[in-house]
Design a protein around this ligand. Structure first.
Ligand SMILES: Nc1nc2c(ncn2[C@@H]2O[C@H](COP(=O)(O)OP(=O)(O)O)[C@@H](O)[C@H]2O)c(=O)[nH]1
Ligand SMILES: [Mg+2]
Length: 449
């Protein structure tokens, strides 16, 4: 089966099996839906003038993006081929974030300033029919959110979530020393993308004065990266230069093929899409499972209280049924013939003798129940809302991680529970989620292997 057909199949299964439950548990599935909607994406990040736009132009085989030494281009530019039948165009951000067919409707929340710095260029190029690149504003030192007018790192995070491959470019002059780069690698990317989706590139190596200079720059970059990622191993770093820019140097020949490898990696990104989608569906399923688990545990606890309450109400009611008229006769001499005495002595009970027992049974049972509904259960709901993490077992780092992502979701669900919610069959949901995970996700993983 080809990739597109498999993606379609995954999308249909998700819609049929998972979406109803995602809705029931109000789980946020916008990433997954956005990803299923459109083409594979490659996000290109890096310092200003690290050679991002030059690389993109090289991939397209023409000058589409402006290049230059100064940080001039400060837009996120989506580059892809036009839809079949359409011609090349320049589409403004406002159209992009309002187009339901594109995965960017969520980006509206970043505000006008971002939208003004977002656009799409469609370019006739065979390889880009099923692939889109995102050229990004170069990362800078000493800029704040105020300078950019929008929250740069949140925008990068959103794009990184959607991207199947992230190319992180450095140049030898600023080998990982830029503040925004530091922030991005340290804080933004780990939450948005797995290590396997990030590719490190040091570009413009032809500008090193000599081999010693290159080794120094490479060393600096490795050191800085280890500081930023906290990884102990050194990631693969592509050392490249734009062949058109570089003056032919003997020493560079060793790295001549790296550029080609990098370009192939980017053009092969559509092949990563399915595994990225599956990772995402898998993650979504785990989150859904944990939300359902929390709600199940909440309902179990609530039901226990509820049935204890019913038991108490019936016991109190039953006591009144049997003995209230006896007690009343002892105290007030009325009624003359309590029903229990008649029953035990003659074995016969007249209907009117049951009036007081029945009335007292109903009233007392109802009162005890009302008390429980008004105080016991709401007290329990409050305790759960205050400490939702006690509803699930957080025994592994993995589960704690999932919990961090769904915590707000669970809190929001708990904030509006009603007694009826205690009787929802959450166990069935958990079952369904597990079945989905076992039956479909694993099967798809096998299919792409
Ligand atoms: N010598 C040399 N110059 C390069 C190389 N890549 C890009 N440049 C130049 O560096 C400058 C910045 O490149 P650009 O692609 O605009 O960087 P961006 O800001 O990351 O998009 C431009 O003047 C490019 O011509 C390279 O590998 N070698
Ligand atoms: Mg550029």
């Amino acid at each position: 089966m080809n990739e597109k057909a498999l993606l379609k199949k995954i999308q249909n299964q998700v819609q049929a099996k998972l979406t109803p439950m995602l809705n029931r548990y109000h789980t946020d599935s916008s990433d997954m839906e956005a990803m299923l909607k459109w083409k594979p994406l490659v996000l290109i990040l890096g310092n200003y003038s690290s050679g991002k736009s030059t690389l993109i132009n090289e991939l397209l085989g023409r000058e589409v993006q402006r290049t230059g030494q100064a940080p001039t281009d400060d837009s996120f530019t989506l580059i892809t081929a036009p839809e079949p039948g359409a011609t090349e165009a320049d589409v403004p951000g406002a159209d992009l974030v309002n187009d339901e067919r594109l995965p960017f409707t969520g980006f509206k929340t970043f505000g006008e300033q971002f939208i003004a710095h977002f656009r799409m260029k469609t370019v006739e190029a065979e390889e880009f029919k099923n692939l889109a690149l995102i050229d990004s504003p170069g990362m800078l030192d000493s800029v704040s959110e105020k300078d950019r007018g929008y929250d740069y790192s949140s925008v990068v995070k959103e794009f990184a979530r959607l991207a199947d491959l992230i190319i992180l470019m450095f140049d030898p002059h600023k080998a990982g020393t830029i503040q925004e780069t530091y922030e991005t690698i340290r804080n933004t990317l780990p939450e948005a993308a797995g290590e396997d989706r990030i590719v490190f590139v040091m570009s413009r190596i032809d500008e090193c004065d000599n081999l010693a200079d290159l080794v120094r720059s490479y060393g600096t970059l490795c050191w800085n990266l280890s500081q930023m990622t906290g990884r102990k191993d050194i990631p693969r770093i592509y050392l490249t230069y734009a062949p058109d820019m570089a003056v032919a140097q003997e020493e560079l020949m060793v790295w001549a093929s790296e550029r080609q490898l990098l370009k192939e990696l980017i053009l092969k990104a559509p092949g990563l899409r399915i595994s990225h989608v599956l990772q995402n569906v898998d993650k979504q399923t785990q989150e859904l499972h944990m939300v359902a688990e929390a709600m199940w545990s909440f309902a179990q606890g609530g039901k226990k209280i509820f049935w204890r309450m019913v038991k108490n109400a019936l016991l109190a009611g039953g006591f009144c049924f049997l003995f209230l008229d006896l007690i009343s006769r002892g105290l007030y001499g009325f009624p003359a013939h309590p029903f229990l005495t008649s029953l035990l002595s003659t074995g016969v009970v007249r209907p009117e003798q049951l009036l007081m027992p029945l009335a007292s049974f109903s009233i007392v049972t109802a009162l005890v129940l009302l008390w429980g509904l008004k105080f016991s259960l709401p007290g329990y709901y409050k305790r759960c809302q205050a400490k939702p993490e006690e509803l699930v077992a957080l025994d592994t780092a993995y589960r704690r991680n999932v919990w961090e992502r769904v915590r707000d979701n669970v809190t929001a669900l708990l904030a509006k529970v009603k007694t009826g919610d205690l009787f929802v069959n959450h166990a069935a949901s958990i079952n369904k989620v597990e079945k989905f995970s076992q039956r479909y996700i694993q099967k798809y993983y096998e299919e792409i292997r």
